[in-house]
Ligand binder design. Structure first.
Ligand code: FAD
Ligand code: NAD
Length: 468
């Protein structure tokens, strides 16, 4: 039987990063993955393919709607080759998953293909069709088995017309009308992809606003922009029935006043969140406990109730984000090596890769109110920037929330071009506990979108933005 210092179950961003850090720290490491490709949800059916389609569909929309503004004329009709777009996405995924194989090899990590099942707290059986079961022994085991799309009890996902994000990333045709259940990250990113490609898109959201966990100002701005792009929103609508007849799917929902609303489309994308995935793992054989939400229960060291078994990423509490899983992967590896790592969960940014992008870090205005923290606000519109006018990306804003007394930055919320990259400045500033004035006094290159951060900081400091 092969013996390891660490066995990692699951090769998503949590698992593969944990494995690399364990190997860097001198531990003999194995990674177990049930699929033939490494990289988990993120690389195969999540972050990477969705961003590939967002980028491709953005180019298409630019060619259709914006090239002319720039004086670019294309003779003849602009044609969409959707099959090629999907093929390109597949090749982007392949390049990335191959990259993980390379990293495993480079770090001398054994990749064991098959479903990992606990035998006891130190042994895992790996089973793969057509191969003999393999049993390995490990001093430490890291559960990084991720998540799967969730659904509603009355919805049967048929993977043809009633689909999850996984199928939506590999459709064979552009939907005529895609009804999206859930105005969260997946619903809006993939809804925007298909809207750009010509589909009618309707988003049905249970809460009174889309992206309900982000700052309300961001929900409002994104709603405004996406409505202009032609997406229809049904907020405060509770879906009660989804029925398919032939190629038609009918979605029934009730609004705030209990009025029934019916929407019919050829595709229904169910995007109501994801559930932790522990199927087939048999955690009970190792004595590992799950919590009431089906997540692997962990303490502040990401340790389960069984001392040598840890869990990270989507399968444990907290935001289901690739970079959160990665931080936890490093955290656990360093904990096993006897170090004392730290993660500040308040400073894990959240991004929605629509265009304009939406990015956040720290507390939202709603949270500050709820926690009764006195704050001040500085906001600056993207449209006032020379850079935004040059590119034509004038939607959005930067909003900085700072402590009323100390001026410490407590939250930064951005809607705008390249917000996903801009948020890194806010994370850095907040990691160093910067005040709004600290940011306001730093030179920001001109002309850049980042100048909006400086201007919002100036606005928060003493209402002294220079360009508004
Ligand atoms: P996963 O990536 O889910 O990996 C778990 C792995 O474990 C899988 O490969 C699975 O096959 C394997 N596994 C499970 N059980 C076993 C077993 N018993 N034996 C062997 N292997 C097993 N996050 C972002 O931060 N940014 C984004 O832009 C983003 N976009 C997304 C877009 C979509 C459409 C989706 C669905 C998700 C997106 N996410 C994004 C979320 C992100 O993908 C997850 O947060 C991230 O993948 C979680 O990483 P993980 O390592 O915890 O689990
Ligand atoms: P989500 O939690 O972001 O959004 C789900 C939405 O569905 C919420 O707004 C919720 O109020 C709504 N909802 C729930 N039940 C409903 C019902 N019965 N009727 C109507 N609406 C209902 O989840 P998601 O969009 O499915 O994404 C899953 C996970 O994947 C998220 O945790 C997210 O962090 C991650 N993800 C991240 C990114 C990114 O970082 N850019 C992209 C995609 C996915």
């Amino acid at each position: 039987m092969s013996k390891y210092d660490v066995a990692v179950i699951g090769s998503g961003p949590g698992g593969y990063v944990a494995a690399i850090r364990c190997a860097q720290l001198g531990m003999k490491t194995a990674i177990i993955e049930k699929y033939n490709t490494l990289g988990g949800t993120c690389l195969n059916v999540g972050c990477i393919p969705s961003k590939a389609l967002l980028d491709s569909s953005h180019h298409y929309e630019d060619a259709l709607k914006h090239f002319e503004d720039h004086g670019i004329e294309i003779p003849g009709d602009i044609k969409l080759n959707f099959k090629k777009m999907i093929e390109r996405k597949a090749s982007v995924v392949e390049q990335n998953t191959k990259g993980i194989e390379y990293l495993m090899d480079k770090n001398s990590i054994d990749v064991l293909q098959g479903v990992g099942t606990f035998n006891d707290k130190n042994t895992v059986v790996i089973s793969s069709e057509g191969k003999d079961d393999q049993t390995i022994e490990a001093k430490h085991i890291i559960i990084a088995t991720g998540s799967k799309p969730a659904t509603l009890p009355f919805i049967k996902i048929d993977k043809e017309r009633i689909i999850t994000s996984t199928e939506a990333l590999s459709l064979k045709e552009i939907p005529r009308h895609m009804v999206v259940i859930g105005g969260g990250v997946i619903g809006l990113e993939l809804g925007q992809v298909y809207r750009r490609l010509g589909a009618e898109v309707s988003v049905v959201e249970y809460m009174d606003r889309i992206i309900p966990t982000m700052d309300a100002a961001q929900s409002k701005e994104l709603t405004k922009v996406m409505k202009k792009q032609g997406v229809k929103f049904y907020v405060s609508h509770k879906v009660s029935k989804v029925a398919r007849k032939g190629d038609e799917v009918t979605i029934t929902a009730t609004d705030k006043k209990d009025k029934e609303v019916t929407l019919s489309g050829d595709y229904c994308l169910v995007a109501v969140g994801r559930r932790p995935f522990t199927d087939g793992l048999k955690v009970e054989n190792a004595g590992v406990k799950l919590n009431e939400r089906g997540q692997v229960a962990v303490n502040e060291h990401m340790q389960t109730n069984v001392q040598n078994i840890y869990a990270i990423g989507d399968v444990v509490r907290g935001a289901m984000l690739a970079h959160k899983a990665e931080e936890e992967g490093v955290f656990v590896a360093e904990t096993i090596a006897g170090q004392k790592p730290h993660i500040d969960y308040n400073l894990i940014p959240g991004v929605v890769y629509t265009w304009p992008e939406v990015a956040s870090v720290g507390k939202t205005e709603e949270q500050l109110k709820e926690e009764d923290i006195a704050y001040k606000t500085g906001q600056f519109s993207m449209r006032a920037l020379g850079r935004s006018r040059a590119s034509g990306d004038i939607d959005g804003f930067v909003k900085i929330l700072a402590d009323k007394k100390t001026d410490e930055v407590l939250g930064v919320h951005i809607v705008g071009a390249r917000a996903a990259d801009l948020i890194a400045e806010a994370v850095t500033a907040m990691e160093f506990r910067a005040s709004a004035e600290d940011i306001a006094r730093m030179s920001h290159a001109h002309p850049t979108y980042a100048e909006a951060i400086k201007e919002a900081a100036l606005a928060a400091t003493d209402d002294r933005a220079l360009h508004s």
